[in-house]
Design a binder for this molecule. Structure first.
Ligand code: GDP
Length: 298
């Protein structure tokens, strides 16, 4: 547990140290707030969330009547934790049989790795998982998913060059017939140029609902925490198209842009079910607003 917090802190250290250095002076003055604004923007906190945090912080400083910059840092940690709190929500499995989880994300975000980690996480918790390789356009994605399936001894529905929606439909149907606890649907992160990704994903979602009226129960987006405002743009676009229910934020072990979570909390407070803090299968952690805020300011 310490080790993942350590890695998170290490990853965020570039951000952290630049935010933390703002509080090393002796006075609480306008210069402090200006430097803080700059540091938050540098960490990809975005204009809106930065403004919100600064306003909130000024009020907290006023209320506390403190004159110590170090105390202001603690007040910022609380303000940040409060802003991030709505993102802290567990992924609930077991209300449906199976729970159908559709997973989206642009290529390179860490989607395949995250599905592998999630598969192990669920299998370790005693859940039976069925994987659906609905990224039928990318042979490597299908193969990689097959490796995760073998490693965790879970079944996989995969069809070379098949129709992604048909694979998804078959997987949900098979998941019901075989009484699986969870069906994880891996979708494409990029399509051959003449096709539209969002239309394809919407179609998968529709067809999954045809296979099971209440599904998908979760629509997750995997974003690379290292891409800052780009990640926020992806959240907007995928949420508009698919009505996301959760996020997995990867690569927080090596980023200077951790502020993007504050921007997401401000604009699209979608639960962050998991964070990725490394390439290994166990490097998947649940999100804690307070711990993240502390790591960001460490
Ligand atoms: P996909 O194209 O979205 O399926 O991305 P992949 O799952 O293939 O991941 C792309 C790269 O990111 C791989 O090299 C992964 O090992 C790496 N990666 C994924 N998640 C994490 C993470 O949390 N931390 C780090 N450091 N690397 C990660």
């Amino acid at each position: 547990r310490d080790s993942w917090m350590g890695r998170l802190k290490n990853g965020l250290r570039k951000t952290g140290s630049s935010i933390a250095t703002v509080f090393t002076g002796t006075k609480i003055d306008e210069q402090l707030y200006e430097e803080l604004e700059e540091a938050l923007l540098m960490a990809d906190t975005g204009v809106k969330a930065t403004q919100h945090l600064l306003d909130d912080l000024r009020q907290r400083v006023k209320d506390s009547k403190t004159t110590d910059p170090a105390a202001v840092k603690e007040l910022l940690a609380s303000a940040l934790a409060d802003l991030l709190a709505p993102l802290e929500k567990p992924l609930v499995i077991g209300e449906h049989s199976p729970t159908v989880i559709m997973v989206a994300g642009v290529n390179g975000a860490g989607k395949t790795t995250s599905i592998g980690k999630l598969t192990k996480h669920l299998a370790d918790a005693g859940q039976s998982v069925l994987l659906a390789a609905a990224d039928t356009f990318r042979a490597a994605a299908r193969e990689q998913l097959g490796v995760w399936a073998t490693r965790n001894t879970v079944e996989i529905i995969s069809q070379e060059g098949g129709d992604p929606a048909a694979v998804s439909f078959d997987a949900v149907t098979a998941g019901k017939a075989r009484s699986k606890d969870v069906v994880l649907v891996d979708t494409a992160g990029r399509l051959p140029t003449q096709l539209h990704l969002m239309e394809e994903l919407k179609k998968i979602k529709r067809v999954v609902t045809k296979a099971d009226g209440s599904a998908p129960h979760e629509v997750l987006l995997v974003i690379d925490g290292n891409t800052g405002q780009n990640a926020l743009n992806q959240v907007r676009a995928f949420d508009d198209a698919l009505q996301l229910t959760g996020l997995i934020v990867t690569k927080l072990d090596g980023t200077a842009k951790g502020g993007v979570l504050a921007a997401i909390a401000q604009e699209r407070p979608i639960p962050v079910y998991f964070i990725g803090v490394g390439e290994k299968v166990e490097d998947l952690e649940t999100f804690s607003a307070k711990e993240f805020a502390q790591a960001l300011l460490a």
